[in-house]
Design a protein around this ligand. Structure first.
Ligand code: CAA
Length: 379
């Protein structure tokens, strides 16, 4: 086994770390409090190659692979989790179009995603009545003349108000996963309305809206992949997306642990820094261990994906362990800060709020366990 990173992986990680430290971290708390979408910062990240880390160079990506992508995501999330989720979904959308699109779809959208010409990409699977049970979606797409007409609502769509392209799943056939197809929808589509921005518990500098389709007209060329084969596209994309969200959680957890270590060395009780009390030391040690275990699991999933090998199981394990661990790490960091953790002068309350959704989106912890148990019992 080789745990060394390649030169490219080290370079991407360092690039992300330098940018995150210099440009993202200083304003992260304020942007989050104000709910300010990081548009200009995202453009700079695109210039650094961070919007297409695992995208082929011919479509404007840096083709640095999935491990490099996971490492970059950890660094960005360590500074600003809102920017990280926007980056994660944009990279995911670029990868979906590269993998499942035809050449004209790739040429039309991927260079705009990777270059920052599109502020972001969006992934629209979830609906008001279907989140975990994705195959129960009710948005319809019917053929009309040469094109398609969409009706329905998508819910909790990250970057939905800013995306240059939305990947949208809709029902073109009967019930269940086999009746679902995938479409590329641009924001100028007649009949597409963007809903109001959600007021979230955390990640407030990321954008979350509903997308409402009322007789929305799409050209024939909007269909991505084959009709009726949309559900496996969503599942394949989510396997990769889970590596992104797992990495995001590790980044937030790392920031929380660093804040806890800093504070524990400064704050004194009973005549000494609290870092010298065993109760605090054990919390720090548990957090460090859990984050490192999570990091290894996620990097293994990324390594498998990079080699074109099956990685569904490893991505689900990585997402489950990382997001649950990172939530515990944030809660411990919060506890270590005592009353100061509860006020906005310190960043740990934001870490705790930002981290909470990682066990929910991109498949809840319960869905990851369902995926894992099904594979275990089937095999
Ligand atoms: N890769 C490729 N294909 C897959 C697959 C995978 N990992 N998993 C399933 N499929 C295929 C199956 O092979 C099957 O295809 P065939 O009919 O050709 O055999 C088809 O998909 C249906 O599979 P299932 O019978 O397993 O489907 P199901 O209805 O039981 O659902 C599920 C499976 C895992 C529960 C799925 O619904 C799921 O992942 N739910 C969670 C949804 C989710 O993660 N949503 C996140 C929204 S996006 C988001 O959060 C983004 C953000 O903002 C950050």
């Amino acid at each position: 086994m080789d745990f060394e990173l390649s030169e490219t992986q080290q370079l991407i990680r360092q690039t992300a770390r330098d940018f995150a430290t210099a440009e993202l971290e200083p304003g992260a708390g304020e942007r989050e409090r104000k709910g300010e979408f990081p548009g200009a910062l995202l453009r700079k990240m695109a210039e650094l190659g961070l919007m297409g880390v695992n995208v082929p160079e011919r479509f404007g990506g840096v083709e640095a692979g999935v491990v490099a992508y996971a490492l970059a995501m950890m660094e960005i999330a360590r500074a600003c989790a809102s920017t990280a989720v926007t980056m994660a979904v944009t990279n995911m959308v670029a990868e979906i179009i590269c993998k499942f699109g035809d050449d004209s779809q790739r040429q039309a959208h991927v260079p705009k995603l990777t270059s920052g010409a599109y502020p972001a990409g969006a992934f629209a699977l979830t609906e008001p009545g279907s989140g975990s049970d994705a195959a129960a979606l009710r948005t319809t797409a019917r053929r009309d003349g040469g094109g398609w007409v969409l009706n329905g609502t998508k819910q909790f769509i990250t970057s939905g108000a800013h995306a240059g392209v939305n990947v949208v799943w809709a029902r073109t056939g009967g019930p269940g996963p086999k009746g679902i197809s995938t479409f590329l929808v641009t924001p100028d589509t007649p009949g597409l309305k963007i809903g109001p921005e959600e007021k979230k518990m955390g990640l407030r500098a990321s954008n979350t809206v509903s997308l409402v389709f009322e007789d929305a007209r799409l050209p024939a060329s909007a269909l991505l992949g084959e009709e009726g084969r949309g559900f496996p596209i969503a599942m394949t994309a989510l396997d990769g997306g889970r590596i992104g969200v797992a990495s995001q959680a590790i980044g937030i957890g790392t920031a929380a642990l660093e804040a806890a270590v800093r504070y524990a060395k400064e704050r004194c009780t009973f005549g000494k820094p609290i870092a010298e009390h065993q109760a605090i030391q054990w919390m720090l040690a548990d957090s460090d261990t859990e984050l490192d275990a999570a990091r290894l699991l996620v990097l293994r999933a990324a390594w498998l994906k990079e080699r074109g090998r099956p990685f569904t199981r490893e991505a689900s394990m990585g997402k489950l362990v990382s997001t649950e661990s990172a939530n515990r790490v944030c809660a411990r960091a919060f506890q270590i800060h005592g009353g100061y953790g509860y006020v906005e002068d310190y960043p740990v309350e934001r870490y705790l709020r930002d981290c909470r959704v990682t066990t929910i989106y991109e498949g809840t912890s319960e869905i990851q366990r369902m995926v894992l148990a099904r594979m275990l019992l089937r095999d």
